[in-house]
Design a protein around this ligand. Structure first.
Ligand SMILES: [Mg+2]
Length: 237
């Protein structure tokens, strides 16, 4: 069953009104939420295929494999062996981490949404799983560093979403109580993790991924810009 992306209202109507004193934090995920990780991975795979003179068709399968949740060194080792490349998986992973920050993009509409949230009095943070080199590189290269107040990266703090501790660390870093919203595209990491930390949640349901019954986001949106609209709507804020 496909999630009815055109109508978030069945969930949003059940949201209780929030008083202004709760206008504290909006925490956003990075990959798939603030930056288009899938498009960047496709661009990287196309470059990789060109660099190694692999068949053009390999780019699509490599881009798909980049979505696997496993250490990149071992993932790239498998790719190197599949194509008999004389390079180690770790060397490819290092090149990947250097290049990806240059390939990711943050949509102008999402950038503007962060400005609107800030103007309305929200403090903004990013909570992301991954390596510092890659994730912080993306945050800086896209200009997000100047649009948010703080960020936390799992490698740096030793805990990963959905562990609520990563959200507590971010809130402490920002000097705020852990109150507000978590916006993200992962039901497991962002919705369940954010809820476990006491945050209301907005699931970025891009594409046609089904909503699993075991996860109940407070609201759903198709983009960070739309999530900001929901947070700023008079019925919510
Ligand atoms: Mg994500």
């Amino acid at each position: 069953m496909r999630f009815p992306l055109t109508d978030p209202s069945p969930v949003s109507k059940r949201v209780p009104p929030v008083c202004k004193s709760e206008r504290v934090l909006v925490v956003c995920d990075l990959d798939g939420t603030l930056v288009d990780q899938v498009a960047a991975a496709q661009a990287w795979a196309a470059e990789f295929v060109e660099d190694w003179k692999l068949p053009d068709a390999a780019a699509e399968s490599i881009a798909l494999r980049l979505r696997e949740r496993r250490p990149k060194g071992s993932l790239f080792q498998d790719i190197a062996e599949d194509w008999s490349l004389r390079v180690t998986g770790e060397d490819i992973a290092a090149a990947y981490r250097r290049r990806m920050p240059e390939l990711v993009r943050c949509a102008d509409a999402d950038r503007e949404a962060l400005r609107r949230l800030r103007a309305a009095g929200w403090s903004l943070g990013i909570a992301t799983n991954g390596t510092v080199a890659n994730q912080e590189g993306k945050i800086r290269a896209t200009g997000l560093a100047s649009l948010v107040d703080a960020w936390v990266i799992s490698e740096e703090v030793g805990v990963r979403k959905p562990d609520p501790e990563i959200f507590r660390i971010l809130a402490r870093r920002m000097g705020h109580p852990l109150e507000g919203w978590m916006v993200g595209d992962s039901l497991e990491h962002d919705v369940a993790g954010g809820a476990a930390a006491g945050l209301r949640t907005i699931w970025i349901a891009a594409g046609d991924r089904p909503l699993m019954k075991s996860y109940r986001p407070t609201l759903m949106a198709r983009s960070t810009a739309e999530a900001a609209d929901l947070i700023l709507a008079p019925s919510t804020s």
